[in-house]
Design a protein around this ligand. Sequence first.
Ligand code: ZN
Ligand code: ZN
Ligand code: ZN
Length: 371
Amino acid sequence: MGWFKSRKSGHNLNNTDGSPSVGSCDCCGVNLDRTQGYYVATTDIVMSEPFWRNHIEPLKIMADMVGTPRGNAAGLDEQAAFHTLLTSVAGNEAPWLICEKCSAFFDFERDEARSYAVRGVSPRKSGPVNPNECAVVAGAAWEYIFGHRPSSPQTLAGPTGSTSRCDSCSAPLDRAQGYYLATADVVVSEAYWRLYATKIRAHMMEDDAEWDEHMQLLMFARMLQHVASSRTPWLICEDCSEFFLIKRDEARSHAVSEVSPPKCGPVDPSECVQVAAKAWEHVFGRWPASAEQPEVVDSCDLCAKKIYRRETAGSVGRARFEEFRASGIIDSAPLSPPRPGDKWLLCQICLKRMIARIQRAGLSTPVAEES
Ligand SMILES: [Zn+2]
Ligand SMILES: [Zn+2]
Ligand SMILES: [Zn+2]
């Protein structure tokens, strides 16, 4: 998808001097040696209705899931989702590296495309296309999947006290009792992504569907892009607020006065792909091949979560730990005896929960951050 491409900026283009040919399919994200794939120009990509259907279907699945990604109250902003999809695909300058499996979606000269890929050379007709040129075929695919053209967003829930819901867990929520977060605050939370991936998985089970790796990668890519492209503030309930590191008073006052947080707006999906991948691995049992996997360096003493290289973690000394256990700020026993220095290591999920509870209790934060 578009974000795979923007992340990689064009597969060692014009670079035939023996540089690594390893990349990933720009359609499904699977790891792929360039010489085993095809270089396809954007103009050939955008004319494929099966391609669009294949990428719109995950959106429909998400729209059908109660409360995802932005809660029932807001619904799926179909026009915005359609526009994002259309422009991110059409705007690609560089050729698309396409795997054998995905190549079935497209009509192109295979020998030529293979030879471009092998040599790492752009097809002559590469370059962005005008989104208007493919709006018809993409719109037809949308209609096929959704049963109607991309429609306007449903009206947001009314004033305070009406039917607002938490944008994370979809529990009914009075706006004045919630917190307003920016997308940038949300996407860094592994706990949030876990909740979302769990809903996707539940939906898959409900449908009795067995998703192969290809479909899982498509769903992962859509989940990522859909959440990252959210423009409006997220309304978050008290329980879910434990997923995030936030300035609680500020976030509450934004919710009460219905004002967007300062850094509100979409984020670059490549900035949060690893956090989302960690959650995806936890829920689906498989690391999405489209994301780079860092090395596991440790595990959480409270929940056993894998801690990857450069991931935030923090330690809590025995005295504090016991104090927090007694007051309920930490609500489970450690899985192992303390480490050297008489302390336990907590992952970012456990850490954020603990800090949220400390803030609520009006205490100061005693954590030594490590990474
Ligand atoms: Zn592919
Ligand atoms: Zn919630
Ligand atoms: Zn943990």
